[in-house]
Design a protein around this ligand. Structure first.
Ligand SMILES: Cc1cc2nc3c(=O)[nH]c(=O)nc-3n(C[C@H](O)[C@H](O)[C@H](O)COP(=O)(O)OP(=O)(O)OC[C@H]3O[C@@H](n4cnc5c(N)ncnc54)[C@H](O)[C@@H]3O)c2cc1C
Length: 472
């Protein structure tokens, strides 16, 4: 008897280090790769009414699927595409081809779990088995020195334990050959890219989706430019392509596995240089694992207003017009508006930028963190449920390691991390007459100073929505 399997690609859009695909190839004679553009992901809204998957991420995912389809073709297979409700379509296909198994990498956040559970239940009615693999994290939970329920509530304790006791396993190789897909199975079409007007293309380079682009970017950041060897110094910058690895969209969609990234950094350390910067890139990657474990430990609480602690009490505003001022980059605070403009135009923002805009929304504007988190969910190319909500929880003080006031002085931060004002000038050309770091302080300027720079607040640039004494 010929054993047939479906490999359901989800946030693991790659051939290398893909445990579900590897396992399917080990067990089945026929392997059918499938991706579903699920209406609930692409066409629905978040609770505050933002499109769940904005244009930038939609296009990025479409490119990832185009790339994966090509790679599958190169090794003898064909990607099957469907559009609609995942559990219905996969059940239909699995029944039609008489599959024995559906393989996938397991997700752990509620919406994703709902889909995989619904599919599994349907498959049971036909005696088809769902086989789960893992593939999101650097560490295997089975290797951890603590059960998930005892994941430390501070990052530092987590990091110290895993660094000391847990080896990171090697990534798996890509398959070199796949069995052909029966031509009678309807192929389906990849949706077309949505046209976007991109005004800024030089420094704010646009991300190209797919495993090939991910591996190229990794090669660029390590081997071509050696940028990694100064990562610890540059990682807090905001302008340009080279200051950080730009791996997050690829990790989020699974175009690259964290183990592959780790393997490559280790190779770089052996062949070129091992220093605090090469260590720090892996250190940052640990944050990603940490937030995933926190998500597993606390479940849906990370998505709730009070976060992981029900005793939290806050009085945040949900005023839509106030929120829109932030989202549409009209706060009158250059550090915030420049970052929000970048997010809106490209789907990306630096880590420094994200911390500042999140703190500003929650701590200065007193707007509900969930509105910000949902807006990020909609807009970010690299959106990942645990990393996004985990970071927002953290800044709003409702997550792990809570502190009453994770307030950022956004003007000081601007002067420090954009000391020549280049980032603000790039995204807010209306402020180009204000030189250097002074551009961060327009909200605190006297009328004389503003006149000197030919700037009329409220006309050329908005008056600040809030001003804090501590900015001076
Ligand atoms: C409010 C807020 C929301 C965020 N939302 C997301 C999100 O949805 N998806 C996402 O991938 N990252 C998120 N981050 C984390 C971080 O900002 C991005 O991972 C980083 O800016 C991506 O750029 P990079 O790949 O060049 O990062 P690098 O500095 O090169 O870091 C390497 C990798 O480490 C991981 N990493 C670094 N910092 C963090 C962090 N704080 N939390 C989790 N992982 C981290 C990422 O996978 C990143 O690709 C968020 C941060 C904040 C403050």
């Amino acid at each position: 008897m010929i054993n047939k399997a479906i490999v359901w690609f989800r946030n693991d859009l790659r051939l290398h280090d893909n445990e579900a695909l590897t396992e399917a190839l080990r067990m089945a004679d026929v392997v059918i790769p499938v991706f579903v553009f699920d209406d609930r992901i692409f066409d629905s809204k978040t609770s505050y009414g933002f499109g769940k998957t904005g244009i930038h991420r939609s296009n990025f995912i479409i490119e990832c699927i185009q790339d994966l389809s090509k790679s599958l073709e190169n090794i003898g297979s064909t990607m099957i595409i469907r559009r609609g409700i995942t559990e219905d379509l996969l059940f239909e296909l699995a029944s039609e081809i008489n599959a024995s198994w559906v393989f996938c990498n397991r997700e752990r956040t509620q919406e994703e779990v709902n889909v995989q559970d619904a599919l599994e239940k349907k498959l049971w009615t036909k005696g088809i088995e769902m086989r789960y693999s893992r593939g999101k994290m650097l560490y295997y939970t089975s290797d951890l020195p603590f059960p998930i329920t005892h994941t430390p509530d501070t990052f530092t304790s987590f990091r110290k334990e895993v660094e000391k006791y847990v080896p990171i396993r090697k990534s798996l190789p890509s398959p070199t050959k796949l069995p052909p897909v029966d031509p009678v199975i309807e192929r389906g079409n990849i949706p077309c890219l949505i046209p976007i007007d991109i005004n800024k293309t030089n420094d704010a380079r646009v991300f190209k989706g797919g495993e090939c682009a991910a591996l190229e970017q990794l090669n660029y950041y390590l081997w071509e430019t050696d940028n990694i060897k100064t990562y610890k110094k540059t990682r807090n910058e905001m302008l340009g392509w080279d200051f950080s690895s730009k791996m997050s969209p690829y990790l989020s969609q699974g175009c690259i596995s964290p183990k592959k990234l780790h393997d490559e950094v280790k190779k770089y350390e052996e062949q070129r240089i091992k220093n605090d910067s090469t260590y720090w890139l892996i250190f940052e990657l640990l944050w990603r694992d940490y937030f995933r474990l926190v998500g597993k430990k606390y479940g849906n609480k990370i998505f709730l207003a009070n976060g992981i602690n029900e005793d939290n009490q806050h009085n945040w505003s949900t005023d839509r017009s106030l929120f829109n001022i932030w989202a549409q980059a009209r706060t009158g605070v250059p550090m915030i508006d420049a970052n929000m403009r970048e997010l809106n135009e490209t789907g990306f923002m630096s880590n420094r930028g994200r911390q500042n805009v999140a703190s500003f929304l929650v701590n200065d504007m007193k707007v509900h963190w969930l509105m910000g988190a949902e807006y990020f969910e909609s807009m970010l190319i690299d959106y990942d449920p645990c990393s996004n909500y985990g970071n927002w929880n953290y800044i709003a003080g409702v997550g792990v390691d809570p502190r009453p006031d994770r307030w950022f002085n956004v003007v000081h931060q601007g002067k420090k991390y954009d000391s020549k004002g280049a980032y603000v000038h790039y995204w807010l050309p209306e402020l180009e007459t204000v030189p250097g770091f002074k551009v961060h302080a327009v909200a605190n300027m006297s009328q004389d100073e503003l006149s000197e720079y030919n700037l009329i607040l409220g006309k050329d640039y908005p008056k600040a929505i809030v001003v804090d004494k501590r900015w001076a």
